[in-house]
Design a binder for this molecule. Structure first.
Ligand code: NAP
Length: 257
């Protein structure tokens, strides 16, 4: 173990869904801590733009990108194998790719339920399983599953997302039960309400915004920067005896009524 517990220099980190949004900021946080980054998404144009931006910021020698659908078992297996052959052993995996879909439960079609579960939950099983094969052989690896306050709390119109994110916490525990003894640490990060481009309309909605501010002990929205520190910690040697936990980064929202 080095003198800096949080140094990720030389470690390869795959962050799914890092072409934009929270995943992009998590990838930047890991890169700031020294990691070599594999950026990921489906849209190749967005991915190329983020890759160019990261290459300029962190140096092209430690920025790579792979485009594949995390719900496609075959594509996941072949791309993880390609990353390990072309970039090197994946030491850190952040299962971040996810989607939201809002509709009342009685109007929720089976296909939409399935799509939300596939993207938010099955994806972590598929990518986690393939990445873990090498990690288990090498006897080390960090997997971080991006959950949500909806891992614990429900709201109307997002039943499939809530079910998926709740399942993701238990998948984190299941991975721990099977893989921790081989030297892997698998944990979850559950972000609260984060002010991003995607949530700008909610911030601008006075009623919703004042509900969030009143409902959050910290009295503010989270920022993507708030998530980077915990991600670096869970990816680093500083968390080597943290197993199967889901850390809520929500300004305290889930500890009050
Ligand atoms: P976002 O801005 O919509 O970004 C989603 C990322 O995932 C994109 O890179 C997207 O790229 C990729 N993606 C989506 N479906 C994919 C698929 N089937 N295969 C491969 N890549 C896929 O989302 P975000 O708001 O940053 O959310 C990221 C994660 O944080 C999600 O798991 C979300 O549930 C969680 N979260 C977000 C918030 C929030 O306030 N935003 C709060 C709590 C938790 P392509 O579309 O190009 O594939």
């Amino acid at each position: 173990m080095g003198s800096n517990l949080f140094d990720l220099t030389g470690r390869i980190a795959l962050v799914t869904g890092s072409s934009r949004g929270i995943g992009k900021e998590l990838a930047a946080g890991l890169a700031d801590a020294g990691a070599t980054i594999v950026l990921h998404g489906r849209n190749t144009q967005t991915l190329a733009a983020t890759t160019a931006e990261f290459a300029k910021r962190f140096g092209p020698e430690r920025i790579f990108s792979y485009a594949f659908d995390v719900t496609d078992a075959r594509a996941v297996a072949s791309n993880i194998a390609a990353i390990e052959a072309e970039v090197g052993p994946i030491r850190i995996l952040v299962n971040n790719a996810g989607i939201q879909y809002r509709v009342p439960l009685l109007e929720l079609e089976v296909a939409d339920w399935q799509r939300v579960l596939d993207t938010n939950l099955t994806s972590a099983f598929l990518v986690g399983r393939e990445a873990a094969r090498g990690m288990l052989e090498r006897g080390e690896g960090k997997i971080i599953n991006i959950c949500s306050v909806q891992t614990d709390l429900a709201r109307p119109t997002i039943a499939a997302y809530t079910a998926a994110k709740g399942g993701l916490r238990n998948l984190t525990r299941a991975m721990t039960a099977e893989w921790a003894s081989a030297g892997l640490q698998i944990n979850g990060i559950a972000p609260g309400y984060i002010h991003t481009e995607m949530t700008q309309n909610l911030v601008d909605d006075e009623t919703f915004n004042s509900w969030i501010l009143g409902r959050t002990p910290a009295g503010r929205w989270g920022t993507v920067a708030d998530l980077a520190g915990p991600a670096v910690w869970l990816a680093s040697d500083g968390s080597n005896y943290v197993n199967g936990q889901t850390i809520f980064i929500d300004g305290g929202m889930t500890v009050v009524v």
